[in-house]
Design a protein around this ligand. Structure first.
Ligand code: HEM
Length: 457
């Protein structure tokens, strides 16, 4: 392809010094801003503070970026530069040989067969986490879902089961660390990062909580090396080419990275799924019939998951409409061409699965929550238009884990509870660490499963 322009067109509305930073400050308005940029063209230039940032809108260009010849000329860029946990590059931010080594190490633990083996322990952990729920209670649903997904990751990958109050503290600490990274990426004022502000003190305290939590996990594994067979043992047994073990901070960083990558993402998907079910009683009824008839009173087991087809489509549709990833970044490490544009080394790029999945050129009636759009007989979205887990060599490693877990949570919660929206403000999507609901309180209503014939779904 011949280069027709040096750089993509600049989006209107930039201010001197600040560029488009103000449009990116509000969690809700930044999503709307990015959505509007899609109509400008396949690639659009904005500025974040003094830095230009290329927003890639076209699904095929995004695909090229993630899977094509360009990948070896890219690193993870803006957001990830701020995410050195404990000063180390964990898997989601590592580059080159280190990335490959860690990916190969962790991959078998998240492999399809392995994930199927986790289902019993997932279900037990979900049951334990929701056991304090009482009929008529008002739940902060995002937090409840985060407690579930965090406990599931800690149980299955680290053999650790902190009590509810400690789990809440870990949750808030992960949130603090990742929100700081996001803010620093979107408003890159280095001087603010070093001042003893309340925010920076909170960040330090959050880092300390995570360090203590993970150190306890590591020492439990070191004290009884034969008692565990999980991701922590793999990391503790890993050696470099000279036979030296990983430094403790490397292990800390990897464990925290996995905890963060695998908890909030699935949690917000579940929060949105229950939000949509409460707004769509017909979908809720269909899900209840499916779950009741497939489980037929039995506890959830691996064989049930593939049979919960409608529940699976609800999860897929939630991943489309409320894609947790609203911002994925890359940076060129050498001069490259993309879509006919010439991008010099050091160019920051981003794309948004969230806005892509809501594009009316790619999806019919894109704002409508419609799980049936995924029925095989319906016209499917164009290739490359559905990327909740990214693609290529940095694609999410936990996609199967996440979907299995999501179906298990939906089935277990819905077999016991109906969740009704509590009175309160309008719920809006907020682009923060993930795309989370601005506010989501729901009231529990006990339900008895009915044993029905297999419904026509
Ligand atoms: C619905 C849930 C999830 C969503 C939407 C999601 C989304 C993503 C996305 C979009 C990426 C790619 C980022 C990029 O290209 O820069 C990613 C990477 C990653 N995810 Fe997930 N994720 C989810 C759940 C999980 C779970 C449950 C785990 C672990 C158990 C996990 C582990 C990872 C890891 C390790 C990476 C980095 C891969 C690499 O850089 O090679 N994710 N995730």
């Amino acid at each position: 392809m011949t280069a027709h322009l040096q750089l993509p067109p600049v989006a209107p509305g930039g201010l001197p010094l600040l560029g488009h930073s103000l449009s990116l400050v509000g969690g809700s308005s930044r999503l709307e801003f990015l959505q509007r940029l899609r109509s400008i063209g396949p690639m659009v230039q904005i500025t974040v503070g003094p830095k230009p940032l290329m927003v890639v809108n076209d699904p095929d260009l995004i695909h090229e970026l993630l899977t094509g010849r360009l990948t070896k000329h890219l690193d993870k860029g803006l957001l990830f530069a701020k995410l050195k946990l404990f000063g180390k590059d964990a898997l989601p931010v590592a580059e080159g040989a280190r990335h490959l080594q860690r990916r190969r190490l962790v991959q078998p633990s998240l492999h399809h067969k392995q994930v199927t083996g986790y289902i019993d322990s997932m279900v037990k952990t979900i049951e334990q986490t929701i056991s304090p729920w009482r009929d008529g209670a008002t739940l902060d649903l995002k937090t409840e879902m985060q407690l579930i997904t965090q406990s599931v990751i800690m149980e299955t990958l680290f053999s650790s089961h902190p009590p509810r109050d400690a789990a809440g503290k870990i949750l808030r600490s992960v949130d603090t660390v990742f929100m700081a990274a996001l803010q620093r990426a979107l408003l890159p004022l280095r001087v603010l990062e070093r001042l003893p502000t309340p925010g920076n003190r909170r960040l330090k305290a959050a880092g300390d909580v995570l360090r203590r939590t993970v150190e306890d996990i590591i020492s439990a594994h070191r004290n009884q090396p034969d008692a565990f067979d999980d991701v922590v043992s793999l990391l503790l047994n890993l050696t470099d080419e000279k036979g030296a073990p990983l430094e403790d901070d490397d292990v800390l960083s990897e464990i925290t990275g996995l905890l963060a990558a695998g908890s909030e993402t699935t949690a917000v998907v579940m929060a949105w799924l229950f939000y949509e079910l409460a707004r769509n009683p017909d979908l809720e009824n269909r899900m209840h019939s499916e779950i009741d008839s497939v489980l037929n009173g039995a506890p959830i087991a691996a064989e049930h998951i593939p049979r919960l087809a409608f529940t699976g489509r609800l999860v897929t549709e939630t991943l489309r409409l409320y894609s947790p990833a609203w911002l994925v970044t890359r940076r060129t490490t050498s001069d490259v061409q993309l879509g006919g544009f010439e991008l010099p080394a050091g160019t920051d790029l981003m794309f948004s699965p969230y806005t892509l999945h809501r594009d009316p050129d790619l999806y019919s009636d894109p704002q409508r929550f419609d799980p049936d759009r995924w029925l095989p007989e319906r016209i499917q979205p164009p290739q490359n238009a559905f990327i909740p887990f990214g693609a290529g060599k940095r694609m999410c490693m936990g996609d199967r884990f996440a979907v299995t877990e999501a179906v298990s949570i939906a089935a277990l919660v819905a077999s016991r509870w109906r969740l009704r929206p509590a009175q309160g403000p309008v719920v809006r999507p907020i682009g923060a660490i993930t795309t989370h609901p601005s506010w989501l309180r729901m009231v529990t209503e006990a339900r008895e499963p009915t044993i029905a014939d297999v419904p026509n779904l």
